[in-house]
Design a protein around this ligand. Sequence first.
Ligand code: ZN
Length: 329
Amino acid sequence: MEEFKNIIGNEDAKAYFLKTLDKNKLSHSYIFEGPYGVGKNTFAMELTKYILCENKKENIPCGTCPSCHMIQANTHPDVITIEKDTKVTKIENIRHNIIREMDTKPYHSKYKIVIVKAADSITIEGQNAMLKTIEEPPKYGIIILVCENTAKLLPTIKSRCITIRFNPLNREDLAAYLNLKNIQGTRRELLSKLSHGSIGVINDILEDDQYLELRKQSIFYLERLDKADLIGVYDLVKELTDQKDLIERILEFWLLWYRDIAVVKKTGTSDLYYIDQEKHLLDMAYKLTYNKVSNNIDNIKTALLDIKQNIYNTFVIENLLLKLKERKK
Ligand SMILES: [Zn+2]
């Protein structure tokens, strides 16, 4: 559809808002709920154009009026975005940015729109403080609470909002996004599988140059360990401990690898993380007993904890590699 053409997927949300805008029946408070990276914040920003554009043509924002321009540049005085503070969103942030903003009439348009990112990180105190704004909103006020998990929101807040559900993107939508980014070949296939329908995850991986390379390299280390004699093992210990900054991530990839082998042994080949190495996983699942796989997982977890607590790396890695190499159990 022509409408919301900048938004990939989430057709239900598009259809809902087109109807609502058409009937001029916007509510004052919404919850946008859904997993990480599926377009909730992007949708909220795009929606503000649909609400505030001064020159809509057949319900579609023009993209060129002052409102559209300001929204695009993130400078619209009547569109307020609340970022989360650190781990939680504190009450001062709520008071200053939600309550005070909502009490102030819009400067430029008919509406004042407040988008609260990561609303599930707002403390209970903060949620209580914004309750009144949500219960008795000014007629110009629209508040959008964006969150991954509504379980962390007060029931009184949830009952006052209309919840719009956002879902992971389906195969075609992901393909459309990867086309947009011009990503082809095996990289494309891999990204689409690793993403679990989240554009956010795809972007995280794309921004991290090392990700795919390190993922591959981590499994090479395990293969080398398998074939190594004692001297080879100590070469590996040295090589791994020399990469102080990467060692935790390598161990996390190992965890996913053995988790996949456990999945293959128990349930078959669905929902694998190393889906691009299915044959290798099947070989490993055949070679290792379930107990051995589960011990490996425990040993890697222990090593990771030790490293996070700054226990001397060489000792931890040496101990781990020798345990992983033990044949039976
Ligand atoms: Zn416009």
